[in-house]
Design a protein around this ligand. Structure first.
Ligand code: DGY
Length: 330
């Protein structure tokens, strides 16, 4: 297939082959379809030759990358989170930056409940014990966990995903309280009660954190916050590593100041704080909250739509830096 005259697009991580074929029919593609994470110099080199790029949460798009990419018009993240972008630098260089909101809300909310249930009902711990051949007889209080029904769930960050989690919690007969930067209109709250973060940590039987990672949310949950929580509580983090202070969480879990945790994201992932691996009361998944076949395809397709619109001179639907529009590269 001739690539003459086609815009050049870099795809930095492996996606479904059918999507690669679709992209190849429209673009001259520079795809990285192995399992290799591009080192920063190689990422910069590939983007330097591209008109557009499909990027992922693992790609740091910063001043150095952008300064070397003179014809790059758009970076379309296949993720709702965009803390891997230096948005101000994208705007300065007239590069449109986009993300993939909405399409992953329900899958991430499902995963929040999966982690909450698994941690509260000690699924990982009891399964490991069973597989190790320790089950010799039934015991009255074996792996007695914590209830969800009738308890209060505190959700920190009541955006689209936080609210999808609240809808599921209602199905478990939980009362929902939330903390966010401001109170939401009553129809959006849908029965959830707005409280301050500290009040939430004191009142909630279980807590889910679902805020974007920003300088202001770095270590939003640290030692002081964990100390406010009930010792019987479960903490779930599916936001971003760095929102929770992992070292403080390890100490709280180890010392019995918190019952359990369910974690999908970690500081310095894929490296884990080794303390987590020594603990039975933590359930961990490798940043897969949105990873269902259908949702990952929907995310990639939305990113492809953002990319296509930007390269065709149309305003992409999920533009993160509207200030870049007037200075976009033609
Ligand atoms: C997101 O969409 O931000 C997920 O964390 C995947 O990177």
């Amino acid at each position: 297939m001739s690539t003459a005259g086609k815009p050049r697009v870099a795809v930095t991580r492996r996606i479904y082959p059918s999507l690669i074929e679709e992209l190849k029919s429209v673009y001259a593609l520079d795809d990285n379809q192995g399992d290799r994470l591009l080192p920063p110099e190689e990422l910069a080199r590939r983007l330097a030759a591209a008109d557009g790029a499909l990027t992922f949460a693992t790609d740091r798009i910063d001043e150095a990358v952008l300064a070397a990419a003179a014809k790059l018009k758009v970076v379309a993240n296949v993720a709702v989170g965009f803390n891997n972008f230096d948005l101000a630098a994208c705007t300065r260089h007239g590069v449109l930056a986009t993300n993939t909101p909405e399409v992953l809300n329900e899958s991430v909310a499902d995963h929040a409940l999966a982690l909450l249930l698994a941690a509260a009902r000690r699924l990982g711990e009891s399964e490991r014990w069973l597989r190790a051949g320790h089950w010799k007889r039934w015991e009255f209080d074996q792996f007695a966990g914590a209830d969800l029904h009738g308890r209060t769930l505190g959700i920190i960050g009541f955006g689209r995903i936080g609210r999808a989690i609240a809808r599921r919690a209602a199905g478990f007969s939980m009362r929902v309280i939330y903390a966010d930067t401001a109170r939401l209109p009553a129809d959006v709250e849908a029965g959830a009660q707005w409280v301050g973060k500290e009040e939430l940590l004191r009142q909630a039987d279980h807590v889910v954190v679902m805020v974007p990672y920003l300088p202001s949310t770095h270590h939003l949950i640290g030692a002081a916050e964990l100390a406010l929580m009930k010792p019987t509580a479960v903490l779930v983090n599916l936001a971003r590593g760095g929102v929770v202070d992992d070292a403080a969480l390890v100490r709280a879990l180890r010392d019995g100041r918190l019952a359990a945790a369910g974690l999908d994201v970690f500081e310095n992932e894929p490296q884990l704080n080794p303390g987590f691996l020594e603990l039975e009361n933590v359930v961990m998944t490798p940043h897969i909250a949105s990873s269902t076949q259908a949702t990952r395809e929907a995310m990639a397709r939305l990113a492809m739509r953002n990319l296509a619109d930007a390269l065709a001179g149309r305003r992409p639907p999920c533009l993160l830096n509207p200030d870049a529009w007037d200075r976009r590269r033609q």
